[in-house]
Design a binder for this molecule. Structure first.
Ligand code: THG
Length: 292
């Protein structure tokens, strides 16, 4: 699985102010730290960057490129900022993201071939967030059709079904899984990607990794190609790299309908088993889901 580190991010309490003030040292420190772990891309999330995006994104790209040669994922809703970043990007870039909003589509699609980039196709429609798996399918078909019309082959498109917090509407997560199961049929050759940490937004910080890791393993069963992840969750990286087969097997068996004998599980395995039940909607989410 392709892993994209999420930590260089304007929402971060520490790095956010540093980014806004264009402080080179903390930004390069974070880029170096992500360079040194086993991830494939570094996401550069500068937020909407409405005013200064055309200066901001190239600044971040160049600052980061001085300390790492990992490929970059340019993350902003401002298409002008994306293009300015692509112009100075040395390695093959991933555009994060192009949605079905007409302005982003119109501005974004021509950049893909022009800069030999890949694109994340975010399933966000004119009316906003899709409500179920069917709406996700319709948006995906529409997005791929329009990208193909702009000469972009399916292999360059990473579809993002949009993951939502487990503490919110659980049907949205079910729709996400359901959509992932259909993606191969509706858009053959397309890749997929999910912002994993979205699922644990609003959850106590020490418990977030269980949700993120379990979600990753569940999505992997549906063939997830890429994930935007906390680069410093080393256990998540171990799991993604196939180094925790017992956890992966447990989760996949539960998804196939097997009920494990809870008494036979280690305390660690029990946490993953409980988390599967929450993510499938079998148990109701509460902040104390691991204790009940
Ligand atoms: N899909 C795509 N791109 C995305 C997302 C997605 N980009 C943004 C986001 N979702 C993925 N990136 C993050 C980055 C940080 C966090 C979650 C998702 C996060 N940060 C902590 C917090 O806010 O509590 C800690 C921040 C800090 O360091 O202080 O949760 O879905 N295509």
């Amino acid at each position: 699985m392709i892993l994209i580190g999420e930590n260089l991010n304007i929402m971060s309490k520490t790095l956010g102010p540093a980014l806004k003030e264009r402080q080179v040292a903390p930004v390069q420190e974070m880029a170096k730290a992500q360079n040194d772990v086993d991830i494939d891309y570094i996401d550069l999330n500068i937020g909407p960057a409405r005013k200064s995006g055309e200066e901001f994104m190239p600044w971040v790209v160049q600052t980061v490129q001085q300390v790492t040669s990992k490929p970059l994922c340019l993350d902003t809703t401002n298409p002008l900022a994306i293009e300015a970043g692509l112009k100075v990007c040395k390695s093959k870039a991933l555009i994060n993201s192009i949605s079905l909003q007409p302005d982003r589509l119109l501005a974004g699609l021509p950049m893909v071939n022009k800069y030999n980039a890949d694109m994340i196709g975010l399933l966000w429609g004119v009316e906003g967030m899709p409500r179920d798996a069917n709406e996700r399918c319709m948006l995906a078909v529409d997005l791929v059709y329009k990208a193909n019309a702009a000469d972009i082959p399916n292999e360059k498109i990473w579809i993002d079904p949009i993951a939502t917090p487990v503490s919110g509407e659980i049907n949205q997560l079910k729709a996400c899984f359901e959509f992932m199961a259909m993606l191969g049929d509706i858009a053959p050759g397309c890749k997929s990607v999910v912002g994993l940490s979205n699922v644990s937004n609003g959850t106590p910080a020490d418990l977030r990794p269980y949700l993120n890791r379990t979600f990753l393993v569940m999505l992997a069963k549906y063939g997830l190609y890429g994930a935007i992840v906390d680069a410093f969750d080393s256990e998540l990286i171990n799991i993604a790299r196939g180094r925790r087969p017992e956890i992966t097997q447990l989760i996949h068996k539960m998804m196939d309908g097997e009920s494990p004998d809870l008494k036979s599980l280690s305390p660690e395995e029990l946490k993953y088993a409980k988390t599967v039940r929450v993510l499938t909607g079998e148990s109701l989410y509460s902040h104390s889901w691991l204790d009940v």
